[in-house]
Design a protein. Structure first.
Length: 401
């Protein structure tokens, strides 16, 4: 495998996400020996003007390219380097209150640095590490000498990367999982690039993506800068907290309201989402327009599949894929990143202010399927069935008579 950059990211490019400007300042090529050959992967070093840092990792696998983002965390139950060195594939551990199982052990080395690497990272540096997972959690423990570091990981579908970076889609582009957190965890190459996490600096949040725009000819240059994507702010809220009404013959009360920012291909916009609670205490989600200018609202009700897909499986989906959860099927039409900007009411989980989730929306002729996931919350993945509600009916139902 080559030390050359296999992606369309280039040093010097920068963009805006969540009101912050990020710039690619460096690329670190990591590697691990496999059967007398060296397997390489790339880690892009991102920095803001205020000094915040993050690393976006890209690995080429037998099944295609794979992106992941890792962020450092402080464990509730830390390990010493000696403890970490005793862990083997299959061993269980608990770092944050959630059980995980070791799926791979390995070691890595820095083979090339282009531009500015994270502080302290030099060519030739080596680290030991293991990967662990449990449910939707992906964690990495990395150590050199007596120093141990811990990272949470999240899979990013290539479609989401294209959307986040505002990149044109490439013909034949596919998003698949890397070997690192394959369900079997049996491949000797699994988790290869995650060993480079020893050299990641702590990131402020799991959503440190940024938008890049390439020239119209699809060529790229470090001198190019992305044009900022205009964010459309939400209009004044159409419903009030505490309002009651009847939809589809059932009584509801508006028990929470959130302004949610949606980040999709070429657009960033805010929308109003309402939590509705019926007389039995069950909640639904009423979304005021899935897209800017959408006249219809959508009512989402929770799904509880017997065998729910894991967050990693959901993250691998791309636009055009067919999906089915609890008999609710459809074709993936949108891949997005959602951030709760403000919230009012008695809520929790992914309704918390600042909560971030990745997701996709699938559509059929009869209904919608909304899937959202995150490694940052206990309830890391949710499934909801959606049906359209005319705006006039929604507003009329909850408007004081």
């Amino acid at each position: 495998m080559s030390l050359a950059n296999p992606t369309r990211l280039r040093i010097g490019m920068h963009g805006n996400f969540g009101g912050k400007d990020y710039r690619v300042v460096g690329r670190v090529v990591m590697g691990e020996s496999e059967d007398d050959e060296i397997y390489y992967w790339n880690e892009f070093h991102l920095v803001t003007k205020s000094g915040e840092e993050a690393t976006l990792v890209y690995e080429e696998t037998e099944r295609g390219g794979q992106w992941r983002l890792f962020t450092m965390f402080e464990p509730e139950f830390p390990l010493t380097a000696a403890d970490a060195a005793t862990k083997r594939v299959g061993d269980r551990l608990n770092l944050t209150g959630d059980d995980v199982r070791v799926t791979f052990r390995g070691s890595s080395r820095v083979y090339r640095i282009e531009g500015e690497a994270p502080e302290g990272v030099e060519v030739g540096d080596a680290a030991e590490y293991f990967n662990a997972e449990g449910g939707s959690l992906m964690q990495v423990v990395s150590w050199t000498g007596d120093e141990v570091e811990y990272y949470n990981g999240v899979n990013l579908a290539s479609g989401l990367i294209n959307s986040a970076f505002n990149l044109p889609y490439e013909s034949g582009s596919l998003s698949r999982f890397a070997k690192a957190f394959s369900p079997s965890g049996s491949s000797s190459g699994s988790g290869n690039y995650t060993s480079g996490l020893k050299f990641l600096l702590q990131a402020g949040a799991v959503v440190l993506l940024f938008f890049l725009i390439f020239g119209r000819s699809l060529s790229c240059s470090a001198s190019y800068e992305s044009a900022p994507t205009q964010k459309m702010s939400a209009a004044p809220p159409p419903l009030t907290l505490g309002a009651t009404g009847i939809l589809d013959g059932k009584s509801y009360r508006v028990t929470a309201h959130a302004v949610v920012e949606i980040d999709e291909t070429g657009s960033i916009f805010e929308r109003h989402e309402y939590q509705l609670t019926d007389d039995n205490g069950k909640t639904s989600r009423l979304v005021c327009g899935l897209q800017p200018g959408d006249k219809n609202w959508t009512m989402f009700t929770p799904l509880d599949p017997l065998e729910p897909p894991r967050a990693a499986e959901c993250a691998a989906k791309k636009i055009g894929d067919a999906v089915n959860v609890s008999g609710v099927d459809g074709t993936v039409r949108e891949i997005f990143l959602s951030t709760v900007r403000s919230v009012e009411g008695d809520v929790g989980g992914d309704w918390l202010s600042g909560a971030v989730r990745f997701g996709y929306l699938a559509k059929s002729d009869y209904h919608l399927l909304l899937v959202r996931w995150s490694t940052g919350f206990v309830n890391a993945i949710s499934f909801e069935r959606g049906v359209a509600v005319p705006a006039e009916a929604a507003k009329a139902a909850f408007t004081a008579k």
